[in-house]
Design a protein around this ligand. Sequence first.
Ligand SMILES: Nc1ncnc2c1ncn2[C@@H]1O[C@H](COP(=O)(O)OP(=O)(O)OP(=O)(O)O)[C@@H](O)[C@H]1O
Length: 239
Amino acid sequence: MLEVQGLQVSYGAVKAVRGIHFHLKAGELLCLLGANGAGKSSTLKAIAGVQKASNGSLWLDGQDLSGARPEQIARAGIAVVPETRDVFPDMSVLENLQLGAWLHRRDTAGNKVRLEELYARFPPLAQRRHQAAGTLSGGEQQMLSIARALMSRPRLLLLDEPSLGLAPAISQQIFALIAQLKSQGLGILLIEQNVQQALQIADRALVMRLGQIVLQGTAAEVAQQNLSAQYLGEQPCNL
Ligand SMILES: Nc1ncnc2c1ncn2[C@@H]1O[C@H](COP(=O)(O)OP(=O)(O)OP(=O)(O)O)[C@@H](O)[C@H]1O
């Protein structure tokens, strides 16, 4: 489904991503692991088109998206949930969700159906649909951020540290939700610091270090490695 070849991302003299290759199959949940600064977010941003790659190619289902703008990438079926969540705090939950439907803005009936589907999947959002997004809890804002991305009806979802800053019980709910989305056939690229939980729901994992992929395999294979000592720096990793 997604094919990344020789991806490089630089910020001036800083080579954040140094020519990585990987693929993601349809409906697969691929987890991207690594210590802070390993190049995970830069990889995700380059796929989303919000950070220009200095080299490399990107294909989605045979469509060449190398160098494409974020809007073209979104139209091709890739949606992003950034680390910052980016909900609009003064707008209601409903208005935030409606913004997510910009790709299909003329399909009013389709968007209504999609909205009801998402309300059914995220009951706290349905209950708070007219509430300002800024008044939601951290977990609810994360749900809103994911639901807004789903309003664009993507084939591939890019998630940057969705459990960041959430209490363990809430982060478990978010992982359960991601597992559910995967079981419904959505392709997912997941960046996570919460290695143990991420590997429990992932099909495969890539481990990055200093801009390169240093380890990859099925989630079970990667879970057997001593990641903490070798690749994740000071990150706690209770594998
Ligand atoms: N906008 C930027 N300008 C300059 N350097 C940057 C920028 N964004 C990232 N970097 C640098 O690129 C390297 C990779 O960063 P990146 O954010 O991709 O890593 P990461 O694995 O996602 O880490 P984290 O978990 O901390 O986000 C780091 O050395 C970082 O300091």
